[in-house]
Write a protein that binds this ligand. Structure first.
Ligand code: SAM
Ligand code: FES
Length: 357
């Protein structure tokens, strides 16, 4: 094929994806390997069109409270892994978490995301009290949990306490790759089971993966797409892998902005209604990463609501942005960034349209 034919071929693939929400594995692979720059702008334009048909120009805010960086897991890539003795550990009290959510509410957030390492201190009972407490104070707020793998009964209790959504990235849909990134004590099958349990219970569920994680092949990303298509999650969190200096992957390169943006567009076209954040990791590898993410099809941003004195300690990777900013400054900054690319941050819960009340 000469260059004109090649370009036409890729454009036809983008059109097919937009129309049918699917491609063959070989076609997905070609899309991900394509080196035609103009193809990316075409794909992003398609992704924006699809998103705007469903969610208009709205971008939803999630107030992120990183309430503990204790973790019993030892994921090889993560800066707060159990064996990182240099991480300064902290835990927020129930009262501190309520203060963060009150502040978030006053600033206009209508979703509070509670994220932590897998910290056994937070038993079902403690978590149920925290979720109930936030829902009692702010009944019009959605509560999202991102606290890792638990048993189905535990998930059920949290759902019954009022939690609306749950983020649990699958990390990679390839079992061998999963086992490469995680120690033997962690189980691919259990993570997958958790996602199914969360769906069955009725949560709005988020899966996702890092882009450019160690050992990742483009074929693995195709498997991720296939998996996401089958799971049909309400949210997909993707961001570049970024090395952390205290891990064995310290010297490896980060994932790229280009691949992350391309995948955001592909995911938007494959799952048109999905809630898709422009992540902090994307903003970390590129100062304009979040704006570019919105333009590639993302429709969610997650400014940090954690108290300033602990922000610098929730370090999954190096050079994380927004660790020194106050919540009010973060939301002002995000609002301006989103507006600068023609979109509008709104004060709404921002549920998946299947769950919209
Ligand atoms: N403990 C919970 C869990 O396992 O789902 C939530 C917190 S966990 C730290 C959140 C996400 O951070 C992970 O799912 C992973 O994809 C991402 N993450 C961890 N280390 C990273 C790194 N070095 N670069 C980019 N993302 C990373
Ligand atoms: Fe946090 Fe810009 S979004 S300071």
């Amino acid at each position: 094929m000469d260059n004109t034919d090649k370009h036409a071929y890729y454009i036809a693939l983008a059109d097919k994806l937009a129309e049918t929400r699917d491609l063959t594995d070989e076609e997905f692979l070609e899309v991900l390997l394509c080196d035609d720059k103009e193809f990316d702008s075409y794909l992003a334009q398609k992704a924006r069109d699809v998103r705007e048909k469903i969610y208009g120009k709205e971008v939803y805010l999630r107030g992120l409270v990183e309430f503990s960086n204790y973790c019993k897991n030892n994921c090889r890539y993560c800066g707060i892994r159990r064996d990182n003795r240099n991480a300064q550990r902290y835990r927020l009290s129930e009262e501190e978490i309520f203060q963060c959510s009150d502040m978030g509410y006053d600033l206009g957030f209508r979703t509070i995301v509670l994220q932590s390492g897998e910290d056994p201190y937070y038993t079902d009972e403690r978590l149920v009290n925290i979720v109930r407490g936030i829902k009692e104070r702010h009944p019009d707020c959605a509560v999202t949990l991102s606290i890792g793998e638990r048993e189905k009964e535990s998930y059920r209790k949290l759902f019954e306490a009022g939690a609306d959504r749950y983020l649990l990235r699958h990390e990679t849909a390839n079992k061998e790759h999963y086992e490469y990134l995680h120690p033997a004590e962690m189980s691919f099958d259990h993570r997958m089971q958790c996602l199914q349990d969360l769906k069955d219970i009725g949560f709005q569920v988020g899966a996702g993966m890092m882009i450019g994680s160690p050992g990742q092949k483009t074929e693995h990303l195709v498997e991720d797409l296939r998996f996401l298509r089958k799971l049909q999650p309400e949210m997909v969190g993707i961001g570049p892998f970024i090395p952390h200096h205290d891990t064995e992957y310290a010297a490896l390169p980060a994932g790229t902005v280009e691949m992350t943006l391309r995948l955001l567009s592909v995911i938007r076209l494959m799952l048109p209604e999905v809630l898709l954040p422009a992540t902090t990791a994307l903003g970390t590898i590129d100062p304009m990463g979040r704006e570019k993410g919105i333009l590639a099809g993302a429709n969610v941003v997650m400014p940090n609501l954690s108290p300033s004195n602990v922000r610098g300690k929730y370090l999954l990777y190096d050079n994380k942005i927004c660790t020194g900013d106050e919540a009010a400054e973060c939301i002002r900054c995000m609002t301006a960034r989103v507006a600068s690319v023609g979109y509008e941050v709104v004060q709404k819960r921002g549920d998946h349209i299947k769950f919209a009340k």
